[in-house]
Design a binder for this molecule. Sequence first.
Ligand code: C5P
Length: 402
Amino acid sequence: MSLAGKRILLVISGGIAAYKSLDLIRRLRERGASVRAVMTQGACEFITPLSVGALTADTVFTDLFDREDEHDVGHIRLARDCDLVLIAPATADLMAKMATGQASDLATAVLLATNKPVLAAPAMNPAMWSHPATRRNVETLKGDGISFVGPETGEMAESGEAGEGRMSEPLTIVAAVEAMLAGESDRPLAGKTAIVTSGPTHEPIDPVRYIANRSSGRQGHAIAAALARLGADVTLVSGPVTIPDPVGVKVIHVERASEMLDAVTAKLPADIAVMVAAVADWRVATASDNKIKKQAGEGPPALELAENPDILKTVGHHGERPRIVVGFAAETADVIDNARAKLERKGADMIVANDVSPATGIMGGTRNTVRIVSQDGVENWPDMDKDEVAGKLARLIAEKIA
Ligand code: C5P
């Protein structure tokens, strides 16, 4: 989607993730948005107003009591002359001030004065994010109508510590901005329902062990969000993942393939089905109710496997088959031939084929190189971010269903 003509007021607060806000500005502007920035004093410790201003091509506002700026623009106008206020990064401190309605500097004054939608991209140390005070503040802000994107789980830039608290990637934030700004005119899937599966499945061996795979859920979650941005009413059935639920989507969390199948079929009829999950092909035939013990003198236990239901195939041949059924084909060899065969076998309209050989880094990574295989032939898409693949696929689905 284009953000042409949209005016974003970007509030940058003081966290190490502020360096990502420079790329965020670039991403917003290359989609046609104009970006005006407000920086807190803390933000200026991490990145300079000079670099922010060079990227926004506008004045950068930092001071509530700047006589020139207050006279020219003023904090009330700053707060209102925009289509959306985006806070990235949103620190624990800024959110605490917002939650208590403080207006002690320009950023907080603008946030208190605005009558526009506000989207926050939190970034902080995992301990700060999980602290009860931050949890309370986030709940308060949600209650006040503030939307959130992220944070994500990953390694922290400053400490190398891992956990939830890392600011979402710029393109994920851009996607959330687009979702919030999508007007009625750009919602070709309004009134349509979609089911998306995502992530791996966990197939229990016993109460503590399971069979799993390396799927992160990034591609499926991005597709669910992209369909929602185009107006579809989306249900995402997700296996166990560590990424946050996407914005604007109903999410059903499941563990096993059998649960995923039940959740998907319960949502039929639907207009669109996109089965992205890396469903385990096999489960353990009879999972043990108790932890399987190591027995002295006995060798390792044999695991008898049973085939899991094929969810895509079930949907593709269902009495209430959606009008558009899309499957994925993660292969390490003969990608196109396998995708063609899958199209037939699974009753899909389209197969998104990708090479997931370890060298590609696709499985679990943030980028993807896909080929779209349908009755019309094969379309090769260039290497893209998973959010971009999702946006393009959602558009293609909207065209096919029109
Ligand atoms: O046969 P294969 O696993 O390669 O097919 C991949 C496609 O089928 C994906 O779209 C995946 O979501 C779907 N699938 C499924 N249920 C299974 C296995 C695969 O829905 N049990």
